[in-house]
Design a protein around this ligand. Structure first.
Ligand code: PMT
Length: 401
């Protein structure tokens, strides 16, 4: 399945472009989001309108269009993809990629990208057999570009031979295989907390906070995409359950703690939830409005991060916390890391002006015992991706030790 995967499909100019329309459907049926770039030649075979209708997203065609560049610069087009699929990959576009030419949107996106590329070549059999094409493909493979096809069979112009683009289902399988092969956290169990907690005042009222769950959910989704068996313990949020993640819904801090403890041992825990530090000594009946306002007595909640980080032989190998601060960001985060016993802490500025609580982006600093690494402002999805990649790297290094 391809849930949550973002595919940038580059459609070049060949008759096989008609099969790319079917490929869009196949990828979307498997859960991927597909965004298309079409070359000028591709638009002679199929229309951008068809690709747009099937992908349910805007189709990009012009490097020099002010509107396109304004809405989605060519650099962002490739940066917002997990994989670039070129189908059909023509002899011309393959040669441009080898030479580093960038004279239209498709070639520029390919050159400007650091994302993995999968080619589905399609061309006349003699073009495929040509020494230049063969050398170009071999060179691209050396550079890490992967390929599916071409296949042998009937070609356009009543010819037959090797040159047919692989079938849409086979390309979709290759896309899935790519993600399985890159599932760096396969076999690892991840525990993530997310969202706010709700602490009851009486049977109808509660105190909570402004956490939306966006950050924690994005981290869980990214860990699952890297193959981790991921459990997300979430307070009440409006966020959809991330695909491929087991979600346990809780309300209070004490419920969250119980759910987390039941998931130990795990390989990694990431505590992104905004857990209420205090709960109210709950009234059994609804508080009545009479006389002076009631005084609420607050008692301290258990600390989930500190409990998980001190779970003895059930402690995850890597425990990651967040520090939500409004001043002295790094110093406060360093202090929290030591106090709570976690390995890494992601410091984020949650002052009202930062828009982090409930917003779509975050500006974190990864603090471990030795260094502070500023990631700059990123979408919460990208923070999730980056953290998941760092976690995968951590386990890689441990395995090599
Ligand atoms: O949900 P969003 O709208 O996307 O916003 C994301 C976020 C701002 C909530 C998130 O990025 C974040 O900073 N989460 C931690 C919020 C918080 O409670 O920070 P803290 O500094 O108070 O707590 C430090 C750490 O201890 C956190 O990992 C927290 O999960 C944990 N903690 C705190 C109290 C408690 N009783 N139990 C805990 O586990």
């Amino acid at each position: 399945m391809l849930h949550g995967r973002r595919i940038l499909l580059v459609i070049a100019g060949g008759i096989a472009a008609y099969k790319s329309l079917e490929l869009i459907r196949r990828l979307r049926e498997r859960g991927a989001a597909v965004r298309c770039v079409m070359t000028a030649a591709a638009q002679r075979f199929v229309t951008p309108l068809a690709a747009q209708t099937l992908s349910a997203d805007r189709v990009y065609t012009d490097l020099f269009s002010l509107t396109e560049e304004n809405e989605m610069g060519h650099l962002r087009l490739s940066q917002e993809a997990d994989l670039i699929v070129v189908a059909p990959a023509t002899a011309d576009l393959i040669a441009k990629l080898v030479a580093g030419l960038a004279d239209d949107l498709a070639s520029t996106v390919l050159i400007a990208s650091d994302k993995p590329i999968l080619l589905a070549p399609a061309m006349n059999t003699r073009m495929w057999a040509n020494a230049a094409t063969q050398a170009n493909v071999a060179l691209l493979e050396k550079r890490g570009v992967t390929r599916i096809g071409p296949e042998a069979g009937p070609l356009a112009e009543a010819e037959s031979g090797v040159g047919r683009m692989a079938e849409p289902d086979a390309i979709a399988n290759a896309v899935e295989a790519h993600f399985v092969a890159h599932a760096a956290l396969r076999g690892r169990k991840a525990l993530v907390t997310s969202g706010p907690t709700e602490e009851a005042i009486d049977p109808v009222r509660y105190i909570a906070n402004r956490s939306s769950g966006k950050q924690g959910h994005a981290i869980a989704a990214a860990l699952a995409r890297l193959g981790a068996d991921t459990v997300l313990v979430s307070g009440p949020t409006r966020e959809a359950d991330p695909p491929g993640v087991r979600v346990i819904h809780v309300r209070s801090a004490r419920e969250m703690l119980a759910a987390c403890e039941a998931q130990l041992p795990a390989d990694v825990a990431v505590c992104a939830a905004a857990v209420a530090d205090w709960r109210v000594e709950t009234a059994a009946q609804k508080l009545k409005k009479k006389g002076a306002p009631p005084a609420l007595k607050l008692v301290e909640n258990p600390d989930i991060l500190a409990t998980v980080a001190r779970a003895g032989n059930r402690r995850p190998r890597l425990v990651v916390g967040f520090a939500a601060e409004t001043e002295n960001l790094v110093a406060a985060a360093q202090e929290k890391r030591v106090k709570k016993g976690c390995d890494w802490i992601l410091a984020n500025d949650v002052s009202a002006a930062s828009g982090v609580f409930g917003g779509g982006s975050n500006d974190v600093r990864l603090v471990d015992g030795r260094s502070v690494e500023a990631w700059g402002r990123l979408s919460k999805r990208d923070v999730g991706e980056r953290l998941a990649a760092r976690i995968a790297q951590f386990f890689d290094r441990k395995a090599a030790e």
